[in-house]
Design a protein around this ligand. Structure first.
Ligand SMILES: [Zn+2]
Ligand SMILES: [Zn+2]
Length: 234
């Protein structure tokens, strides 16, 4: 696990197969995604390393309900009852009431997915309560007003989180940054919808892009996203 400071209020906690973002401001700490099950202790360590306490986490926002993003929600909610926020369509999966529909794999996805499943990299995660079901356009009280951008396709309830005041976007897995190439995320349930959602995210005025997987882009992220979205083929 490593912690990467991205902006004065933002750091990334990086695990081998997942990454978690921490937005920290005087009044509150917000986590975007939670990594695989069992990540809570490392996330707590990262929070202490910036001079804050895990109990200060007031909000957890999940970009979608895949286990590498919601795996540690239940553990983190136990720290101090942070409000757990997920889009309405992925909330039942986070709660364990519905199974996550499988992705429709492309030829490109198949070997990667096979190796992940073989190494038990994709497994179920502990069910967790969702306190707030999000809808497109909702605004969350951090980062000067964090907008929920619904972007179905990767999963039905995938969202981006956009902080216009800071030019920051959390893409979830709708986009990824692999070996310095911004690209459509893999393992999508509905690829055409995911492409549409990628377009929507790329239209935002974004300086810093924080991906579900791969390095964040700090500075000029919108141009990189727009160039990448132009290369995606159906
Ligand atoms: Zn995912
Ligand atoms: Zn992921």
């Amino acid at each position: 696990m490593e912690t990467v400071a991205l902006l004065p209020n933002l750091c990334m906690v990086r695990f081998p197969r997942a990454q978690v973002y921490l937005w920290h401001e005087a009044a509150s700490l917000t986590l975007i995604d939670t990594g695989m099950a069992g990540s809570a202790r490392s996330i707590a360590d990262a929070i202490r390393r910036i001079g804050r306490q895990p109990e200060e986490v007031t909000r957890v926002v999940v970009t979608h309900a895949h286990p590498d993003h919601v795996g540690s929600v239940a553990e983190i909610a136990e720290w101090n009852g942070a409000e757990v926020c997920a889009h309405r369509l992925d909330a039942p999966v986070v709660r364990g009431d519905l199974p996550m529909p499988p992705p429709v794999l492309t030829d490109h996805d198949r070997p990667l997915y096979g190796s992940l499943v073989a190494s038990a990299g994709i497994g179920p995660s502990a069910p967790a309560a969702v306190d707030r079901e999000l809808e497109d356009g909702d605004v969350l009280d951090f980062g000067g007003g964090a907008q929920v951008i619904w972007g179905p396709g990767h999963t039905a309830g995938s969202i981006g989180i956009y902080l216009p005041k800071h030019g920051v976007l959390f893409t979830g897995d709708t986009a990824a940054n692999v070996d310095a190439n911004v690209m459509l995320g893999v393992f999508n349930q509905d690829r055409p919808k995911a492409i549409e959602s990628f377009h929507r995210l790329a239209e935002l005025d974004v300086d810093t892009a924080c991906f579900g997987h791969g390095d964040a882009i700090v500075g000029g992220a919108a141009a990189r996203m727009q160039a990448a979205v132009g290369l995606v083929r159906d």
